[in-house]
Design a protein around this ligand. Sequence first.
Ligand SMILES: [Zn+2]
Ligand SMILES: [Zn+2]
Length: 235
Amino acid sequence: MYDDIKQLIFPSRCIVCQTLLGDKDTGCLCDKCYSFVFRHHLCPRCGRPYFAGGSHCIHCEHEAISENIQITALFPYESMFRKAVLRWKYKGIRKYARGYADLFVNDLCLFEKFDIDGLIPVPLAQSRLRRRGFNQALDLTNELSRLTDIKVYDILERTKKTKPQSKCNKRERRTNIKGSIAVKKEISNLTLNNIAIIDDIYTTGATIKECIEAIKRHKIIKNKKIYVLTVCIGV
Ligand SMILES: [Zn+2]
Ligand SMILES: [Zn+2]
């Protein structure tokens, strides 16, 4: 009864296409959007779908992602999936974080497969944080932590002003972000085995690489395996 009333007052919609969810839909997605979650034929390094043979996809041949990095994405960064992630970020629909976290944890069961002992969100610049009011990557990290009991280490910060990466071309992205992320000064003597870095969108990977370099400079990770969890990935 309560659920019926709740449904009338707060109709829950698919967090991707925004259609009303029916009784048969579980979680935060309608059946159709649920069928698009990346789960089969994925590149073991970048998590993008690929159907050719070989040990990794064509993106990884060009991008040369380190073998120690393993990316898991939920959706392609295009069409309605792109729109959804931009609504989350720019319209401040913060509850989306809970839906995305639920997919990583309860649907893809990532944390049963990976041995992760620390969750690190990609930081947002202070000026953007003030304007937006929240860091969507930290929201997602907190939701993942709530579901897994793995601790959040909000240890990174932006140390210089950069243009939004979305306004840079591929070549500019690396130079724009270079040297702009560091481990917070107050962090010392922190050692973790396997970490996961959490972000909303992965395109060229420049931001993630910058985070990894900062973490490596501080010798925070013991093992070399680094997991990256991102909602959308450029395909
Ligand atoms: Zn949908
Ligand atoms: Zn790949």
